[in-house]
Design a protein around this ligand. Structure first.
Ligand code: FAD
Length: 472
């Protein structure tokens, strides 16, 4: 293999050219770089909305690469077989990628690394999807953190290297290998007509992510600590979809937050702390690969949660009769995201008032979220259900009406998704819901609001009684 043999950059959830160690190491080598995305079993197992969003991100990355004389090659199949084939046809000498930390990706990557090395091809993985590699952060007693605050204390003073710039030059190979097309892939097929609606709310690509961060630092971060719980306010960064697909790196966000804090922005330190919740989730998932499927606290295996039911269906469709929950479930379907306070509230209502297994909620979020993230989603659900590490105690049951009074006192959020036409907040998300949901749901904006599925007090007491049983 010659020195100017190409290096393959295996693109995954790292759809960016700046601060991308895998890409920079390839480009700085002076070798031609062949960016390749492989539609494999891990990609196909992704929830419908996130899979669609991945496709949008790939389109944006390809467009950005083309501006630099490069392009994204798309292939389908088993990654090792695809990469071996590409190595053979392009004469590539190495494959670079950015590490993933979920169990399916880890298992896949191990096989790929061993297979490539066995064939005398360089195979190198790089950090970047998290700030701190999970094996580098330990409690004093050894082992990973199961409580957030001590983890924050352990990492908050660490030196984080500067983010890397976009490589100056991306040399192209002498000939580009053939590529499949995003149009043929139809990554949005699982969303049906919802994709056209969610597209209006998504903010796709590295460039847009940077603009969003800059805007947030100019207008939102100062009030972040006080305003972040009010869902009708534009008070949070909304960067989760971009972080989920690596259109911005956590390191870029960390440094931007830290700079804002140094410049005196009141909420900036709190913002950086939230980014470390994402780290906490990834460290948990790395060390506890069953986080998305099994109770972290084993005693919860005996809890009598309900499985699928009409109540769970009503929850998914925003028809519980509880306004805050229904507005939240509609926000999810229309925008592909949900405000953090509402994720907690809707999760609490499902697991406690409707007494339903958290895994049913996790799966629905996974299917509908464009920021669907294997670590944060799993941790969030275990947290709200009470069975997770550092979880909200089960007996702390959110009362949706009290929460509405506190965080949506003027009804802006509820009206936005249940009533529509609120110009001050823009758009008409309430109507969008009916245009997005499957026709088979048979929903119409003229339907009367449903009666409450459960009396809030009775639901709370049922949950507490079951919890007392578990403890006994
Ligand atoms: P900001 O408030 O601006 O925070 C900045 C970044 O910090 C976020 O983009 C996110 O990456 C990270 N962050 C903030 N809060 C949390 C948190 N509680 N846990 C982990 N990371 C956090 N987040 C996802 O990115 N994907 C998910 O699939 C996901 N599922 C969730 C499910 C449940 C049940 C719950 C309770 C939370 C979930 N979260 C998830 C966490 C959180 O709700 C979102 O990260 C947040 O709402 C995104 O909005 P933002 O980008 O404006 O966040």
């Amino acid at each position: 293999m010659t020195e100017d043999a190409p290096i393959i950059w295996w693109v995954r959830r790292d759809l960016r050219m700046s601060d991308n160690e895998a890409l920079s190491a390839a480009a700085n080598n002076g070798a031609p770089v062949i960016p390749v995305f492989i539609r494999d079993a891990v990609v196909d197992a992704t929830g419908a909305a996130a899979k669609w969003r991945w496709g949008e991100g790939l389109g944006a990355l390809d467009a950005a690469l083309r501006k630099k004389g490069s392009q994204l090659i798309l292939r389908t199949g088993d990654p090792l077989a695809v990469l071996r084939d590409l190595v053979q046809t392009t004469g590539a000498r190495a494959v670079h990628w950015s590490r993933a930390y979920d169990p399916d990706s880890i298992a896949r990557d191990k096989v790929v690394k061993a297979g490539l090395k066995g064939a005398q091809v360089g195979a190198e993985s790089f950090p970047g999807h998290v700030l701190f590699e999970p094996w580098t952060v330990q409690t004093k007693a050894g082992g990973h953190f199961k409580v957030y605050t001590p983890m924050w204390r352990a990492v908050s003073g660490r030196d984080v290297p500067d983010a890397l710039p976009v490589p100056h030059i991306l040399a192209a190979p002498a000939t580009w290998p053939p590529s499949e097309t995003l149009t043929d892939w139809k990554l949005g097929a699982g969303m049906d007509r919802g994709a056209a609606i969610v597209a209006r709310y998504a903010c796709v690509g590295e460039h847009e992510a940077r603009l969003k961060l800059d805007r947030f630092l100019r207008t939102g971060v100062a009030g972040y600590r006080t305003d972040r719980d009010f869902p009708a306010l534009e008070a949070t960064s909304r960067l989760s979809e971009n972080l989920a697909f690596g259109e911005i790196s956590p390191r870029q966000v960390w440094h931007a937050g830290r700079r804002a804090a140094a410049d005196g922005a009141a909420g900036a330190e709190h913002f950086v702390k939230e980014v470390v919740w994402r780290e906490f989730a990834y460290h948990l998932l790395y060390h506890e690969p069953t986080l998305a499927t099994e109770n972290h606290r084993k005693e919860w295996d005996n809890f009598a949660w309900r499985g699928e039911s009409d109540d769970a269906d009503a929850w998914r469709r925003g028809l519980t009769g509880c306004e805050m929950v229904d507005a939240a479930m509609r926000e999810l379907y229309v925008t592909g995201t949900m405000h953090n306070r509402l994720r907690m509230l809707a999760g609490s209502y499902l697991t406690k008032h409707l007494f339903t297994d958290w895994r049913i909620g996790r799966a629905w979020f996974e299917d509908c979220l464009i920021d669907g993230d294997p670590a944060s989603n799993a941790m969030g659900w275990q947290w709200i259900a009470g069975c997770g590490p550092d979880a909200a105690p089960y007996f702390r049951i959110f009362n949706p009406d009290t929460q509405a009074d506190k965080f949506d006192g003027n009804r802006d959020y509820r009206d936005l998704f249940l009533k529509g036409g609120n110009d001050r907040l823009g758009g008409q998300p309430a109507q969008d819901f009916f245009d997005a949901v499957p026709l088979s749901w048979g929903l119409s904006p003229d339907d009367p609001r449903p009666a409450p599925r459960v009396d809030l007090r009775a639901g709370r007491e049922r949950a507490l009684a079951a919890y007392a049983d578990l403890k006994n």
